[in-house]
Design a protein around this ligand. Structure first.
Ligand SMILES: [Zn+2]
Length: 605
């Protein structure tokens, strides 16, 4: 039946079965002959051409690839020894006498949707990307010229002339993902199964396996949505029904991006939503009321905690998925200046007192607290937290989730925690007087307490506590520091470029307090494949720390106004957040625009 793919390796048919299960390396005869096969030789030569110092294990990897079905090019790329992918494929093309092209952005030369040029199952399984469509022939980009089955299938399916062009693997895969949409292959298989109009024998055989197995397809589709989100470093996934379509969006680095989805995904909408609701243990029959749940996801060997919220809308139910604890940082990864890092290490070394992290929602307060807890998480410390919700699970830390419906509030939880002999306590948020008072009592009785407050700047935390009704002398004697923070996007190191002279006028720089003598060091965002054209990749914190030393304690106890507190804090060495942001601009890590965007509320411009 499947005798269509002629195997170029003489060894493959003999060696497939016996070697699969046996672990001890039995000396096998094919090795000597296949190690010097023509394909392996050619690839090794192309690797050398492209500047790779071919290591011995690359030829072993190639031999193994030959034995297990002939994905030699993948074996070379997966070995991770090719320093420059584009150069390698260029060298390979020239040795094969093939055309080489880098794939244009956006891909697809004919203007029509890719799935109309080549079916998704064929394109995605064999990694073939349709390019220019000319009357005589269709151009197909491939990165694996030795995939003879692909050539055969494409020829049969298209039944017209094909111009084969070699392109870098990363570019082909990325363009396929963009062009066909997440989960396109399985989706198309399912629709084909439904319509049951297949001509090609080999394909038909695969489809019948899936026929009437919509459940499996939807599960696989859901998995692809999740794995794609994780690959993209997304923190949230939104599945939103529109009037005649379904939209899937990922939040990456704080910004929403629409994900390409297969056409007609609308047909799957109900099964998709039901599947997610089942995974989150929600009532699938209830479609008129919002519901909340959680999914414990296991994907690729890692565990993910996903918070699920369904919202009924006029076009159907929308589902929002939050991937908890995705922005992981340790103290080093926060990218703090050495001065600030030393200051924080000093605070963490204190035996007792309160350290408060302030900022609006989404400013990364809880990831900073987790960072602190991770630093302190040693065998000789008992750490207990009360959170809403538990975003990150920490080994060896007792974590409690707030449950107001059974009266497990922050204050009730905190009270019982204090009876349980902790060294370090983390309270998700100081929302009310009662919680704050218990936390202060805890700090005064020898515990180190971490929490968060909703205020813009560090000094604002003081007045927030006073407004709550806390006696100033209690604040002065229990709080060690207020740390305010925001997240800014990091410039993509691959495409950032020095800002043009005209981009920032001196008057403007003056008005925002940027040091003019550093103007020549400003970078601006570009856009490349690495950052999906956004110019940014990842985020980092900009912070200001107001330490409560004896001078500050006096002013607080005297009920000094905020302006006096702020002036004193600066005199005592606090670097305001925006100034700290300028340091990050000058070091080329972020842009003026990013710093302004997150600090504007404090400055009025
Ligand atoms: Zn870039």
């Amino acid at each position: 039946m499947n005798a269509t793919a002629p195997s170029p390796s003489p060894a493959s048919s003999r060696a497939v079965k016996p070697s699969a299960s046996s672990a001890p390396p039995v000396p096998s005869p094919p090795r000597a002959t296949s190690a010097v096969g023509p394909v392996e030789k050619l690839l090794l030569a192309a690797a050398t051409d492209s500047g790779c110092e071919v290591p011995g294990d690359l030829s072993d990897a190639l031999t193994a690839a030959g034995v297990s079905g002939g994905r030699w090019v993948d074996a070379v790329m997966d070995a991770g020894v090719i320093p420059d992918e584009t150069r390698f494929f260029k060298a390979l093309a020239s040795r094969l006498g093939m055309d080489f092209t880098e794939i244009p952005v956006p891909a697809g030369g004919s203007g029509q949707p890719l799935h109309q040029c080549l079916p998704a199952r064929l394109a995605l399984r064999h990694r073939l990307l349709p390019g220019r469509d000319e009357s005589t022939a269709l151009e197909l980009y491939t990165y694996d010229p030795f995939d003879l089955e692909a050539r055969h299938m494409a020829g049969q399916t298209l039944n017209r002339g094909i111009v084969w062009t070699l392109s870098p693997r990363t570019q082909v895969i990325e363009a396929l993902r963009q062009g066909y949409g997440v989960g396109a292959e399985r989706f198309e298989e399912m629709l084909d199964g439904r319509l049951a109009t297949m001509e090609n024998d080999a394909l038909k055989q695969e489809v019948t396996v899936l026929e009437d197995n919509e459940e499996a397809t939807v599960m696989s589709f859901v998995n692809q949505i999740f794995s794609e989100a994780i690959r993209e470093r997304a923190t949230d996934i939104h599945i939103e029904p529109l009037e005649s379509d379904v939209r899937i969006r990922y939040r990456v680095d704080g910004a929403l991006n629409e994900v390409a989805v297969p056409p007609n995904v609308r047909l799957l909408q109900n099964s998709l939503v039901s599947r997610l609701k089942i995974m989150a243990h929600l009532d699938i029959a209830e479609r008129r009321l919002p519901q909340d749940g959680r999914i414990n996801l296991e994907l690729g060997g890692s565990r993910y905690d996903v918070r699920v919220a369904t919202i009924p809308s006029v076009n159907g139910e929308s589902v929002s998925l939050r991937l908890l604890g995705r922005e992981r940082m340790d103290l080093g990864a926060l990218g703090l200046s050495t001065h600030l890092e030393a200051q924080i290490r000093g605070l963490l070394a204190m035996p007792n007192g309160i350290i408060l992290v302030t900022g609006p929602t989404g400013s990364g307060k809880s990831s900073t607290l987790y960072t602190f807890l991770r630093e302190l998480n040693t065998k000789d410390r008992r750490i207990v937290t009360i959170e809403d919700p538990v975003e990150n699970k920490l080994d060896g830390v007792v974590q409690i989730a707030v449950k107001p419906e059974i009266n497990l509030t922050f204050s009730a939880g905190l009270r019982s925690i204090l009876r349980g002999d902790p060294n370090v306590i983390m309270v998700g948020e100081m929302r009310d007087l009662e919680t704050t008072e218990i936390a202060i009592r805890g700090a005064l009785t020898g515990h180190l307490v971490f929490s968060t407050l909703h205020t813009n700047d560090a000094v604002g935390g003081i007045s927030r506590l006073v407004d709550m009704g806390i006696e100033p002398f209690l604040i002065a004697s229990s709080v060690r520091a207020f740390l305010a923070q925001r997240l800014v996007r990091r410039l993509c190191p691959h495409c950032r470029r020095p800002a043009e002279e005209h981009q920032h006028h001196d008057n403007y720089l003056n008005s925002i307090g940027f040091p003019l003598d550093q103007k020549h060091l400003i970078f601006s965002a570009g856009g490349c494949r690495e950052c999906r054209g956004t110019g940014y990749r990842g985020r980092m914190a900009i912070v200001e720390i107001c330490t409560i030393n004896s001078a500050m304690q006096e002013l607080i106890a005297d009920r000094a106004p905020v302006s006096a507190l702020r002036a004193k804090a600066r005199a005592e060495g606090m670097i305001p957040m925006r100034d700290y942001g300028w340091l990050k601009v000058i070091s080329g890590e972020t842009t003026i625009e990013e710093v302004i965007a997150v600090t504007a509320a404090d400055h009025g411009h």
